[in-house]
Design a protein around this ligand. Structure first.
Ligand code: FCB
Length: 422
């Protein structure tokens, strides 16, 4: 597999996110985010009790990291043929670090106030970085925010539902997750309204029926509705998926006003897909009117299936009007062993298989224009702390955050440097 097996203007990159790599938590006027608070208040909720206050120290070392392309014929940022596009960053406006001040003031994404505040913040980003950033993504994985932060309570801001977690004390999982999801969608819409041209919402996973029975097929459709379509459908049709409307009873699913629907409809130029794995869906009887989104679909997802990234791309293509797509995150982790281990052949195998499936989807006609590996560097993996490593580049957290290229980094470099005739 080489770069020339992909369309000529296909972009390759490697992704990171602020809280996971930057560190410098108390420098240059940076205020605390809900992740600073979460990791300080509930160290027991992070596998190794760590936090991102130093992380990869990328706040200070970023030049070393993004410079690699010019020094090393790069694997780091992008590797494409059009001169003006090399080194152009794709930026995500919100990757989960809500300012703690807004959380305190009105409940962060629980408050309707966030919608306009997010718009104003996005506006500042567009204004200051718009000359260099030509592709903006509004939200990273809104579904994860809702599920992990407001249903399961395993991520900031640690709110949960007693339906899924009997020990839960904060939050109201029956209604709150849907309000948060709603505000995320509207915040996106307002930001795009300000800067009409660029958009992405990240989505993850794709579910196929457990068996071919018609019940399981419907279960798979419901599981898709509650995951992928949840944040896609409002942007395409201005409405929530019918399967959500039918299953979230008791007025718990907010509705969009006509004006909001209009604003949301078509509010993207491309979509970003974060893909890691996918599972099978099985029909499960359910009746309660109060359950939260994990059980609302009345389906359970299990197992690990192959081919997911290709199928998800095709699902998005056929279901949502053939959008321009970028794979904005894809990758796999390995456990931290305490030793410097650069031989990550399983990661190489994973990337080779997934890139091949992306290529298959393109050959069927999907409009996929780029692929970003998660991640450039080993980093703070949220509730897993530093116990797992996702990087193409190894970071020695015990020794000055020194960087070492893993085998997969060399593999990517080789893939990107390929010329057709050699
Ligand atoms: C995604 C997140 C990213 C990272 C990867 C492994 O869900 O967007 O920050 O944690 O998973």
């Amino acid at each position: 597999l080489r770069k020339y097996d992909f369309p000529e203007d296909f972009i390759f990159g490697a992704a990171t996110s602020a809280y996971q790599v930057e560190g410098a938590a108390h420098e240059d006027g940076r205020g605390p985010s809900i992740w600073d608070t979460f990791s300080e208040k509930y160290p027991q909720k992070i596998k190794d009790g760590s936090n991102g206050s130093i992380a990869d120290d990328s706040y200070h070392l970023y030049k070393e990291d993004v410079d690699s392309p010019s020094r090393g014929r790069g694997f780091c940022l992008v590797g494409i043929s059009k001169e003006e596009s090399t080194k152009l960053p794709f930026a995500t406006i919100f990757h989960w670090d809500t300012p703690q001040d807004l959380e305190d003031a009105y409940g962060g994404f629980r408050g309707a106030e966030i919608v306009n505040d997010f718009r104003d913040y996005a506006d500042i980003c567009f204004k200051n970085f718009g000359d260099r950033v030509k592709h903006w993504m509004t939200l990273n994985e809104p579904l994860t925010v809702v599920q992990q932060g407001y249903v399961a309570g395993v991520m900031a801001p640690e709110r949960c539902s007693k339906f899924t977690n009997p020990n839960c004390t904060s939050g109201n999982g029956a209604t709150e997750p849907y309000i948060v999801g709603h505000n995320l969608i509207l915040a996106h819409g307002e930001a795009v309204k300000v800067y009409r041209k660029k958009y992405k919402a990240t989505q993850k996973g794709w579910n196929l029926p457990y068996t071919e029975s018609s019940k399981d097929r419907l279960a798979a459709a419901r599981a898709m509705a509650f995951t992928f379509d949840y944040f896609m459908e409002p942007l395409v049709t201005g409405k929530y998926p019918v399967d959500m409307v039918n299953n979230v009873k008791g007025g718990r699913l907010p509705t969009f006003t006509t004006k909001q629907s209009k604003m949301l409809k078509g509010s993207y130029d491309f979509i970003g897909i974060n893909y890691y794995s996918s599972s099978y869906a099985k029909d499960v009887p359910c009746s309660s009117e109060n359950v939260t989104m994990f059980s609302d679909p009345c389906s359970s997802v299990t197992g690990e299936r192959e081919g997911g990234i290709r199928d998800l791309i095709l699902y998005a293509k056929y279901k949502f009007k053939d959008p321009v797509m970028y794979i904005t995150e894809n990758g796999r982790d390995e456990a931290s062993t305490g030793k410097i281990d650069l031989k990550d052949s399983e990661r190489i195998d994973y990337y080779a298989r997934h890139l091949k499936m992306v290529q298959d989807a393109i050959s069927i006609g999907a409009n996929v224009k780029g692929f970003f590996a998660w991640s450039l560097l080993d980093n703070f993996e949220w509730a897993s702390g530093y116990t797992v490593r996702f990087g193409l580049v190894y970071v020695d957290f015990n020794d000055g955050r020194k960087r070492y290229l893993k085998k997969s980094a060399h593999w990517f470099r080789h893939l990107l440097n390929g010329k057709k005739n050699n």
